[in-house]
Ligand binder design. Structure first.
Ligand code: NAG
Ligand code: NAG
Ligand code: NAG
Ligand code: NAG
Ligand code: NAG
Ligand code: NAG
Ligand code: NAG
Ligand code: NAG
Ligand code: NAG
Ligand code: NAG
Ligand code: NAG
Ligand code: NAG
Length: 543
């Protein structure tokens, strides 16, 4: 089965290479999503593999490359793949969320095509529908610098991808069922590191026979370790025993370089650390990702442990794990740590001019939205999460598609700029945004520190706190704003920003791709040949 899968993909790749990827600066990939059985926490369960692997393979491209990804859906339900942080310049059609794309049905494939314009950095891809990310389907997405634009550090001796995330032994369908029934998902069953369960650092907490991740390194070398939290909802504290983590990049922006002994990584966030193997290799070292903002003694099992192994290691890792931050009585610790992540303003990112040449303080603001997140509540007898009192319901016809066909009534543009005071509701409310510039006047803005403020796609909001985000709307289309915590997102904590260019012609946005899928009110337009059904198997039979 696995072998058939990879041969099928090769054929697809070759076909695409001739039909679509003639020019250079173009990368072709085939990603096939299917179920496999794995036992990351000891007992067998169904997980979503990509090309037979769990986690999926890394997509590795270079700035300005055109990327062509043929996604094969071999699951038993609809699929869309999204790439948060990878700016789909002028192409919200490729963003892989329900507001822009009709889903890819089972037993069919769809080709994404976009350019990673003016971008570098570390991201990941994942399935955006039906809680599928809780079952896998994720992988790293790396955009390398152009050869003419140097990175702001010595070239690392290697690149290491680490995907961390909380994990349930129930599959995504069972988790969905629980949420639909109004139940809380409860404590996760563990934390996976690169799809594997914990090293047996404690014989009482960790059962025997669990496969764990081992990262092999050479003494004295420096590696770029890219860490992504691909989990459901748990913030994880990441640390490597006895090793400093020199923070260098986050989601596409080089950061002010600072050593951390540990860093909180929230769901959806990605970081690059430069780690030098400067220890004496008297033993292996623990790599730890442990649950944060929870009662540690109750959540002990929600801890991921992998092994860092020097090639000259003298023995196994033993003893207790390195400590998490002890800040139970110090609320300022987490906020200070988050605030310490600043942009490296003199480094060049995707092109030669410095990242810092884009000054936040010069963004003049036209609109201000206060997005208020409240605890879950019941609406129409269902447990829902809201933003400003509205729990989002996806329209049957994606917003972008409805716009293209001038369909009215599919969605509304009435998302409130301030939290509703009336009763919460379920609705198809999106934000009506126009590209342009204006003036920001709200008083609290005087307290912002805009010097080297970080530029990123996933930002935490601490309980009882607030986070200010400034967005320059320079990308027409329909864009998702959501809680990255999967349970909140699933239960409606999202909306879309419909960004229109007020100028004469909508030239800032690409036309809909030729292979655009139709659904909802436009289902009748779906032609069979738009959707490549799996006829590839026959091709395979001919060989
Ligand atoms: C990714 O691509 C870059 C540029 O081609 C290359 O230097 C690097 O080794 C690749 N990384 C991986 C993990 O394949
Ligand atoms: C997908 O194809 C398989 C094998 O041909 C078939 O058993 C299955 O029913 C199909 N699934 C759907 C949802 O059509
Ligand atoms: C990135 O920049 C470095 C110089 O800092 C260069 O050596 C390297 O080749 C560049 N990467 C790619 C993929 O060209
Ligand atoms: C970070 O720590 C390493 C030792 O692990 C040290 O060599 C380096 O100078 C530190 N860098 C910064 C910017 O503090
Ligand atoms: C190696 O480093 C560890 C941790 O810093 C230290 O406890 C140990 O004594 C060192 N061993 C040797 C042989 O230097
Ligand atoms: C954490 O849980 C333990 C065990 O139930 C309990 O004794 C302790 O009081 C809890 N700690 C806090 C801070 O709630
Ligand atoms: C630009 O596109 C949007 C969305 O399709 C549409 O509502 C708007 O009227 C268009 N603007 C112009 C000037 O054509
Ligand atoms: C939608 O309306 C615009 C402007 O009125 C028109 O140019 C366009 O042809 C319409 N599109 C469709 C699919 O009817
Ligand atoms: C959306 O915003 C534009 C420009 O500000 C305005 O002309 C239009 O009436 C708004 N649409 C709705 C439905 O509020
Ligand atoms: C934004 O505000 C500025 C200044 O108040 C105004 O000139 C501009 O028309 C506004 N832009 C939009 C799109 O509303
Ligand atoms: C904003 O500041 C002005 C002048 O200092 C003050 O009059 C006003 O009440 C403030 N508004 C809020 C919402 O605090
Ligand atoms: C603002 O941030 C900069 C850069 O991180 C820092 O040097 C400065 O001290 C900060 N200013 C205040 C008032 O915190």
């Amino acid at each position: 089965m696995g072998l058939v899968g990879s041969i099928v993909l090769c054929l697809i790749n070759i076909a695409l290479a001739f039909s679509l990827c003639l020019a250079g600066n173009c990368v072709n990939s085939g990603l096939e999503f299917s179920y496999i059985t794995a036992s990351p926490l000891g007992s067998p369960q169904e997980v979503i593999a990509v090309n037979g692997q769990f986690p999926g393979p890394t997509l590795n491209v270079t700035t300005n490359h055109r990327v062509i990804v043929n996604v094969n859906n071999k699951l038993d339900e609809n699929l869309l793949i999204t790439w948060p942080g990878v700016q789909m310049r002028r192409a919200s059609w490729q963003d892989g969320v329900l507001g822009t794309n009709c889903p890819i049905p089972p037993n069919s494939s769809w080709t994404y095509q976009f350019q990673v314009k003016d971008q570098i950095g570390s991201f990941f891809y994942f399935p955006s529908l039906h809680f599928q990310r809780a079952a896998g389907g994720f992988g790293s997405f790396t955009i390398s610098n152009l050869s003419t634009v140097p990175v702001p550090f010595n070239i690392p001796d290697g690149d290491i991808e680490i995907l961390i995330g909380d994990w349930y032994t129930r599959n995504h369908k069972a988790l969905r069922k629980a949420l639909d029934a109004g139940d809380d998902l409860g404590m996760p069953d563990g934390v996976l590191i690169n799809g594997k369960g914990p090293y047996r650092y404690d014989t009482e907490l960790v059962p025997d026979g669990i496969g764990f991740e081992t990262i092999k390194v050479e003494p004295g070398k420096t590696y770029r370790i890219r860490v992504h939290n691909v989990g459901v909802s748990t913030c994880l504290n990441f640390r490597i025993q006895n090793h400093n983590l020199l923070l260098a990049e986050t989601e596409g922006v080089y950061t002010f370089q600072k050593n951390y002994t540990n860093l909180d990584i929230h769901v959806g966030q990605s970081y690059s650390f430069l780690v030098t193997m400067d220890q004496n290799a008297s033993s292996n070292y623990y790599i730890v990702a442990s649950a944060r903002f929870v009662n540690q003694s109750l959540w002990q099992r929600v801890t991921g442990v992998a092994i860092l192994q020097y090639s000259n290691s003298q023995g196994i890792a033993t003893g207790p794990l390195p400590d998490p931050p002890n800040d139970v009585y110090d609320n300022s610790f987490v906020v200070n740590q988050a605030m310490s992540i600043r942009q490296h303003s003199s480094a060049s990112g995707a092109h030669l001019n410095p990242q810092g040449s884009f000054y936040y303080s010069s963004i003049i603001l036209n609109d201000t939205f206060v997005l208020k997140s409240m605890p879950p509540l019941e609406i129409d007898g269902k447990l829902r999460y809201t933003l400003n009192g509205i729990s989002f319901v996806n329209p049957d016809t994606p917003i972008r598609l409805a716009d293209k066909f001038n369909l009215s009534g599919e969605y509304k543009l009435d998302f409130p700029t301030r939290p509703l005071t009336g009763p919460p509701r379920m609705d198809k409310s999106a934000i009506n945004a126009t590209m342009g510039y204006g003036e920001w006047t709200e008083n609290s803005s005087t307290s912002y520190n805009l010097t080297d403020a970080i530029y990123r796609c996933t930002i935490q909001v601490f309980p009882g706190g607030w986070t200010a985000i400034r967005v320059s709307l320079d990308n027409a289309g329909v864009w998702n704003i959501r809680a990255e915590n999967l349970d909140r997102w699933y239960l409606g904590q999202e909306t879309y920003m419909r960004i229109v260019n007020p100028e004469e012609k909508n030239t800032t946005e690409f036309a809909a791709p030729d292979n655009v899928l139709y659904c909802g009110a436009l289902s009748d337009l779906q032609r069979y040949n738009n959707l490549s059904l799996f006829t590839f198997r026959n091709v395979q039979n001919n060989h």
